[in-house]
Design a protein around this ligand. Sequence first.
Ligand code: PLP
Length: 453
Amino acid sequence: MAMTSHVTDQLLPTVVSKKEEKKIEIEEKNGDMNLAIAQGKGHTQAHLASLINQYVDTLNQCSLRNLGFSDNQDFNYDALASLLHFHLNNAGDPFLGSNFSLNSMAFEVCVLNWFANIWEIEKHNYWGYVTTGGIEGNLHGILVGREQLPNGILYTSQDSHYSIFKIARMYRMKCIKVSTLVSGEIDCIDLKAILLAHKDKPAIINLNIGTTLKGGIDDVDNVIQTLHECGFSSDQFYIHCDGAVFGMMLPFVKQAPNITFKKPIGSVTISGHKFLGCPIPCGIVITRLQYINALSKDVEYIASKDVTITGSRCGHAPIFLWYAIKRKGLIGVQNEVQKCIINARYLKHRLRDVGICAMLNKFSNIVIFERPLDKDFIRRWNLACYGNIAHVVVMQHVTIEMLDSFISELLHKRPTWFKDGCYKPLCVAKDIGSENCVCSKHNYDVIQNLWSK
Ligand SMILES: *Cc1c(COP(=O)(O)O)cnc(C)c1O
């Protein structure tokens, strides 16, 4: 305290109010804290910038060969750079606004309306929000389903995203895996048998609108019909659609099965950073407003507004999404969807032409083929593998040139993966169908002919 009186003596007028004395004490305490961390000076801006530049160089290298994942790397949001000067937080219900005024809920609602329109639900009938990604959308959709049908059993196909099984554990829901067809879509014959064995409990069904690995599309109509055939009335089932990538694509493909709230589905989610492309992971979930009203009626006052999974929510993501959909327009999105599917067909045909098994589902941009037998090659092209198969997801940044250089490298390396040059392809009949397989058991002679030419 000696110092206080010293400072007071020297610098302050002789009469010091109690309030001012308090202020001086606080400043001195802060002074002590400064001394305690006097050793850790900040780096110069130039130094940090050079580290970031190095990192950007490696990122540019990576994205030249990013084939295995469904994240569109082809975007430019430079126009939004000035937003980085703000912390934007959309905590709460986007339709109710927030007393934290630095929010982007107006943009968020605009994005949600856009999705409500493509998934065919009227503005006054839906509710939704911009999530941290497809997984949060799954967390929300399945939660809404469980709140509707508290003792329901969760059904989902074995090809479902890993998050569904995690969610079942988190929510302590009984979860039954349903088998799939070769395409990756849910097998309704198996579903029927399982539903009949559990007729006493309501059904919460997670459907894949494009499985991660094969891009298999669950047949919503067939599933609904199966439910009815098994005696489930409309109030005894809830359908959540996990549409991470294809939920965004299918509405733009003529003849593709459409995702629509005109059918008795409860919720749809997609990943915002996958097809649309976004520097920040994000997603969209849309459900029926009546479920959210029921959800908020059940909980106390604060919770009635607290219907999102997380509290603080990224305020930048909705603006990135808004910018993407406004820039592209419906026609721009449609052109991108078309380009991806056409380029995927190109890859499938090129692989088959050189005798490599390959499968591509209808309306899909995911090409499945034999797993390359070389870890470095897999890493170099960022391929995702599963058992004997690998896949390439043909997104907007994947050009024909990139695919050509991938194939030529594959053809160059592949003979070295078979001992003594003895060509023995893996059997992938189980994964992509015997008609697509060229192993010694299946269409090996086709390949022999091709290679002897
Ligand atoms: C990618 C994916 C998810 C997860 O989405 P995130 O945006 O990564 O959270 C969920 N389901 C399917 C089918 C996916 O492909």
